[in-house]
Write a protein that binds this ligand. Sequence first.
Ligand SMILES: Cc1ncc(COP(=O)(O)O)c(C=O)c1O
Length: 410
Amino acid sequence: MYEDINPLPRLLMGPGPINADPRVLRAMSAQLLGQFDPQFRMYMRETMALYRDIFETKHEWTFVIDGTARSAIETVMVSVIEPSDRVVVASFGRFGQLKVEIAKRCGADVRVIEAPWGTVFAPEQIEAAIKQHQPKLLAICQGDTSTTMLQPLDQIGAICRKHGVLLQVDATASIGGAALPVDAWQIDCVTGGLQKCLAGPSGAAPITLSDRMAEVIRKRRHIEEGLRPKDYVPGAGRVIASNYFDLAMIMDYWSDKALNHHTEATSMLYASRECARIYLQEGRPSILKRHAVASGALVAGIEAMGLKVYGDKAHKMPNVTGIYIPDGVNGDRVRACMLNDFNIEIGTSFGPLHGKIWRIGTMGYNARKDCVLVTLGALETALSAEGHRVARGAAVDAALAIHRSAERAG
Ligand SMILES: Cc1ncc(COP(=O)(O)O)c(C=O)c1O
């Protein structure tokens, strides 16, 4: 017989997933309820309200998609895009490329603008692309973990409104760790994930939709046979090509109509609700500061060790840091030493950055002083074991100094 599941006590310091907050794991172990149980419907409504606070929005259509973060991205695209609709994807890394891929599969006429990896877009570049291509939808990441860059979005929503374009933001990696006031920034749609700054597991994806985006989707509302109410009038638009990812039906399911769709992933709903509850209990200012301090301390440690941080530092995500692998060092062997000798996971990287940088996450439950310090200490030893000499102790001292000064400032 196979043994019980008994995971090694890893510290997950990669670009996500990270260790879940134990309170989230406890919530997930609660007994199941049926999705039409009044108590469960109450948990669903509470989850909607909690995520409105997280997204800083009044959008009625704020809920959770059952699936990992890319399922929410795909849900939006398949429900909004009709074949030949023009879509601009502003891509500054691998997760921009993912949105290109999904939009193409939805039959969109995709126009891609690219910022070199390690940089972000100026708002003027986005506006120029919108003027040139006149898309229905603009899709962009807030934080792209592949390059560790954080795209400023404060002006993009207004630009999209001015030109009548819908704005879809992928905040999988940044939601909770970086400011994203959805209403103030006039964003039509944001999708996230739990497994990074929200301190949960992957498998549920918070989403919020503006009324104008919901209207576009509602026009394509076609309820599946067997569930149609007597007064059912199908939408005038084209049937959404996916049943599972049909946002019009998913909205009916989350609404007070409680129209059946999928069997709710009950334990993931508990997890989503608990992630949001814990987040709001600590409070946004404290959490944003915790991420900024942990990231600042990590960077200080890396530089004190004589290593170089990847990319435009002014636009680095506050929860993931790219670090150049020093010349002559085998990056995979260093990662293996950290994993096997210290139980610490750090990230490799994709595409053009593969073999060139490591990525270290300081987010969610792991955006903590102790996590930063032990990771730096382990990295220092792993580098020494590979014959790369660093000033011993300098990294941990520098990181500790940042944390101490933040603690003194209160
Ligand atoms: C920016 C971004 N978008 C999308 C995804 C895909 O998320 P998932 O693996 O949860 O489907 C990730 C995963 O790391 C991500 O960082």
